[in-house]
Design a protein. Structure first.
Length: 328
């Protein structure tokens, strides 16, 4: 199910009773600029100039209303340019117990910049209270690492070595494992309990690194099998999704449009199928497209009539694409 509202988000939100698991905002940044689709096409854009203090007051009211619509297990994601992140972080910290930055490297560099450092990073603040929903996601391993790290082999297949010892900055589980006269222990403790380690040993998922130089103390590693690899757990640095360009398949229809893959990641991270997603400053409707493709319900709000038309068209196409995908 999807809903699209044309109007001021501060007014529309007050009329909505529904709770949302994910709320995503990519609002004006207070950048002092006018945004247009191109130098030759002046519509499909908006003004981002504010009077002193006006932006923070507007943002504070908007975040407050969004917080009221957030479910107990919900998360709010706030997208902002890194150099303009101070006010949003201040406002978010007022309303939420936990505000975590995600760093999106949207571009590799800008060769047109001459008097300042190129702005290639946006911040996506993940704001939540206790008990927010979280789905661990994985990203592909570096190709060279993937092909060259799995050098050991046993009856299951090729595997790499995963560290299960703590370094000196953390205190772990202290115990020793003995095998064939060799003692295996970690100076600062193991990352896992003895019971769990013994289960891995019984399942032949532990690699024994024998001692060197006459010592009788060795080290243990977890076997990470190549055929079982999901990739690496997603971190707070996202450098594998690029900004939309004129040449990408993700057609750019709006001046500040974000990639569908970026919104799919955000929605997947903090919601499940059937949950409701809200974007109160929806722009071109990318949040709606991603939500539909992931079998989520979505509410979109925007005050810009041109954006409203783009949202409707893109959502209609997303519904068609989603049905085709499910059919096959």
């Amino acid at each position: 199910m999807h809903e699209i509202f044309l109007g001021n988000s501060l007014e529309v939100l007050k009329k909505i009773d529904r709770k949302y698991t994910v709320i995503y905002l990519d609002p004006p940044f207070c950048s002092g600029r006018d945004y247009v689709f191109s130098a030759f096409e002046k519509k499909h854009g908006f003004n981002d100039t504010w009077e002193d203090g006006q932006y923070e007051r507007w943002l504070d009211e908007l975040i407050g209303l969004c917080k009221e619509k957030l479910s107990p297990d919900g998360s709010l994601f706030f997208h902002i340019s890194a150099e303009l992140s101070f006010i949003p972080q201040k406002v978010l910290s007022k309303h939420f117990k936990k505000v975590e930055p995600i760093f999106w490297k949207k571009a590799h560099g800008k060769n047109t910049v001459k008097q300042k450092l190129g702005a290639v990073v946006d911040i996506i603040f993940k704001a939540s209270n206790n008990g927010s929903k979280f789905n661990l996601l994985y990203v592909p391993l570096d190709a060279f690492y993937f092909e060259n790290s799995y050098r050991n082999k046993d009856h299951r297949g090729y595997y790499a070595l995963g560290s299960i010892k703590h370094d000196k900055t953390r205190k772990g589980h202290f115990y020793s494992i003995k095998k064939e006269g060799i003692i295996y222990e970690a100076p600062y403790g193991w990352k896992i309990s003895q019971d769990k380690l013994e289960q891995l040993i019984a399942d032949d998922r532990i690699h024994y690194a024998k001692p060197k130089n006459g010592s009788n103390t060795g080290m243990l590693y977890k076997k990470l099998y190549k055929h079982e690899s999901k990739g690496k757990p997603l971190s707070n640095l996202w450098d594998d999704i690029s900004y939309i360009t004129r040449t990408t398949k993700d057609l750019r229809l709006y001046p500040t449009q974000k990639p569908v893959e970026l919104l799919k990641r955000i929605i997947s991270l903090a919601s499940d199928e059937g949950d409701w997603v809200l974007d109160p400053v929806a722009g071109s409707g990318t949040t709606g497209v991603a939500a539909v493709l992931l079998n989520r319900n979505v509410t979109l709000i925007d005050i810009n009539e041109d954006a409203h038309k783009i949202e409707k068209k893109r959502l209609e196409q997303a519904i068609v694409d989603q049905k085709i995908t499910n059919y096959f």
